[in-house]
Design a binder for this molecule. Sequence first.
Ligand code: HEM
Ligand SMILES: *[C@@H]1O[C@H](CO)[C@@H](O)[C@H](O)[C@H]1NC(C)=O
Ligand SMILES: *[C@@H]1O[C@H](CO)[C@@H](O)[C@H](O)[C@H]1NC(C)=O
Ligand SMILES: *[C@@H]1O[C@H](CO)[C@@H](O)[C@H](O)[C@H]1NC(C)=O
Length: 321
Amino acid sequence: MASRVVFPCFPVSILLVLLLSSSAANAQLSTNFYARTCPRLEIIVRNAMIQAVRRETRIAASILRLFFHDCFVNGCDASILLDDTPTFTGEKNALPNQNSVRGFEVIDAIKANVESACNATVSCADILALATRVGVVLLGGPSWQVPLGRRDARTASLSAANSQIPPPFANLTALISSFASKGLNTRDLTALSGAHTIGLARCTTFRGHIYNDTNIDPTFAATRRANCPVSGGDNNLAPLDIQTPTRFNNDYYRNLLVRRGLLHSDQELFNGGSQDSLVRTYATNPIAFANDFAAAMVRMGNISPLTGTNGEIRRNCRVVN
Ligand code: HEM
Ligand SMILES: *[C@@H]1O[C@H](CO)[C@@H](O)[C@H](O)[C@H]1NC(C)=O
Ligand SMILES: *[C@@H]1O[C@H](CO)[C@@H](O)[C@H](O)[C@H]1NC(C)=O
Ligand SMILES: *[C@@H]1O[C@H](CO)[C@@H](O)[C@H](O)[C@H]1NC(C)=O
C-alpha cells in the first residue's frame, strides 16, 4: 500500500487505476459498510434476535436456512423475502420453501427497528445475513465478520428456487455439483451441511431415507418411523441432529459416523465417498468445524450480491419499493 503512495511511478499509477476501476466494476462487500450510516445496526439486530430466540429456539435454525435459500437463488439479494401478489410470483411457494421456510416475521421486526434508527439505508439482504450470524452464535456456534453492502432484488424466481436449491434426496455427486455451480467447493458443502446440527425437518423430507435406504442405523430408523408413517404425517417434525437439536456443535458429524443422518443427503456425506475423511475430521475436531463453517458462511454470503446502484434498499422486506 505505502509503496504506491511513495513511488507513484507511471506503471504503478496505471496499475492503481486498473485496480480501482476493476473493484468498482464488481464492487466488494465490506464489514464496515454501515459504520457511518447506521452505527447501531449490529446491536439492533442482536437485540431482536435475542428476543426471538428466547421466544423460540428453533427460529435461529429457520433464519439460517432462510439465508441459504436466499443465497442459492440468484445470490443473497433477499428475493426469498418477497411475498406473492396477484401480479407478482415470488419464491415462497417454490417446492423447497412451501410450508417449510420460516422466520419472515422476525426479519420484518428487525427491519422495522432498523428503519426507525436509519431510514432507507440497510438492505433486507444484509439484515438477513446479520440475523443469521447472531442466531448461530446464540445457539453456541462460531462467529464471523459479516461482509455488508448487499442490495435487495426487485425480482424473484420461483423456477430458479425449484431448480437451484438441492433436494434432500440428492446424492453426493448432485450435492457437489449444486454447490460448485454457486462457486462453493466440497469443503464448503461438507462444512455448511453442519448447519443441520440445529433445527427440524418434516417427515416428507426424510421418509425415503428411513424406509428405503440401507446406510442407516436400524434403531435410529425405527425411532424416526414411529412418528413418520409410510403415508400421512407429512408435516410431522424430527430433529436433524438427534443428540442436541438446539446446540450448534459438531454432533451432526458424529451422527453421520454412526449412520444417524436424518436426510438422505446428510448421510451421502459419509457413505464411502470423497467426504468421509472430512466428516471424520469434523466429528473429532469441533474447532476445525467451527472455523470452516464460519469461513464457508462468508463464502456463501458472497454469492452474486447486488451492489452499487443495482437493486434497491427495500422499505418493506416483503414488497419491492
Ligand atoms: C447440502 C444440501 C442441503 C439439503 C439437501 C438440505 C435440505 C434440508 C431439508 C429438506 C430440510 C428440512 C425442511 C423441511 O422439513 O421443511 C432442511 C432444514 C434445514 N436446513 Fe438444510 N439442506 C442443505 C443444506 C443446508 C445449508 C447449506 C444450510 C445452512 C448453511 C442449511 C440449513 C438448514 C437448517 C438450519 C434447517 C432447519 C430449519 C428449521 O428448523 O426451520 N441446510 N434442510
Ligand atoms: C424515510 O425516508 C423517506 C425518503 O427519504 C421519507 O419519505 C420518509 O418520510 C422517511 N420516513 C421516516 C419515518 O422518517
Ligand atoms: C446421482 O444422481 C443423479 C441424478 O440426480 C444421477 O444422474 C446419477 O447417476 C447419480 N449418481 C450416482 C453415483 O448414483
Ligand atoms: C421405497 O422404494 C419403492 C421402490 O422404489 C417406492 O415405490 C416407495 O415409494 C419408496 N418408499 C418411500 C417411503 O419412499
